[in-house]
Design a protein around this ligand. Sequence first.
Ligand SMILES: [Zn+2]
Length: 373
Amino acid sequence: MQVVYTPSHLGHDITHETFMGVLVPANEVAERAEIIRGVLDADGGFPRREPTEHGDAPITAVHDPGLVRFLASAWSEVSRQGIPRAFLSADTYPNRSMFEGMSDDAVGRLVREPEFAGGRAGFWGLDSAAPLVAGTYVAARGAVDVALTAVDLVLDGGATAAYGLCRPPGHHAARSMYGGYCFFNNAAIAAQAITERTGERVAILDVDFHHGNGSQQIFWRRGDVRYVSIHAHPDRQYPYFLGREDETGEGEGAGENLNIPLAAGATNDDYLAAVDLACETIAAAPGAVVVVSLGFDTYGLDPIGDFALTTDVYHEVGRRVAALGRRMVILQEGGYHRPSLGENARAWLRGAEGRPFEPLPVAGFGPSGAVAE
Ligand SMILES: [Zn+2]
C-alpha cells in the first residue's frame, strides 16, 4: 500500500496546549507523524510518496472561505498586533446563549468576525485545544493535499487502498470551524472529492477515539455521504456536545449518520462488535469507496483515551474493514501514545492488505503492551 506523506507538517511544531485553562505538554506533536513514517518505512511494504498540490477548490467545497482566510492570516495578525505568545488560542468564544432571543437572521446580520486575533480565533474556533503557530496553515494545507493525493491513487491510480499520513488531523473541523487539533477536515474534503469525481455515494468510517463532529456537521443533510463513527461517549469525552446515538441526520441526510458511542474501558471484543455494526451499516448503502478516519487514541495506553484496545485488534479491524470489498482512502487522525503509534498503524494497514502482522524487532517499536521506551 502506498503512503502519502509530506514534511510540511513539521512547521506545525506544537509544544504545549491548554487543558481546562492549564498549560500542559502538547499531545498532537510532530513526532507522531515521524514515528508512523519511520515504522512504515522499516516494514518495507509501504512505498512512500509526496502529495501533489490540489489548490483551494476542494477545500472551499466543504469549508467556509472565511475559515480559510482566517487560518491563512491568523499568525501574521498575531505578530502584527504584537500579541506576545507561543501559540494563538482564543480569548472569547461566542457561546450560543450570548444571542438568546435573537433570530437566526439577526445573528447572521449582526454578529461579525472581530478584528482582534483573540476574538477572531473565538469566532472560528471550537475550543482552546487547537494551538495555532506560524507553520500551522502550511501544514494544514499539506495534510489536505496528502488526503487528496490518496484519493488520486485510489480513483486514478487503480489502487485498492492508499494511506494518507495526515497531520494535523481533521475530523473535528466543521464547515466554518476549527478545533480539537484539527484545522481542515481532510476526510470530509476527500469524501467530497470522491462524490464529485465519481458521482457515486461514499461512506466515511471514523474509528478515532473521539466523535468526528466536523465530518458529521458537514454531511448532516447530505444523502450521498454516509458517516459512521465509533467513539467515546460525549457525556465524558470531547467533543461533549455531539456524538450521541440519536443524531441521525436531517433532510436528505436523514438516516445517513450513525454514532456508536462506547463506555470507558471498552475492550477488543466490545470494539469489534461495534466495527461489525459499522461495517453492516456501510454495506447497506451502495458505493465503491470508503474513507477511513483512522485514530489510535483508542489504544489502552493512550494518554487522552480510556478504551482498552491492544495492537492485535487493529490488525483485525483493518481486515474487517477491507472485507467490505470497497476501495479505501485511509487518513490518519489522532493517536497520542507515541511508543505504540507506528506499530498500531502498521498492524491496521497490514490487516487491510490481508497481510499477517508480526511486531518489528526494533527497539522502541515494541509490540502491544511492551512499551520499549
Ligand atoms: Zn481523537
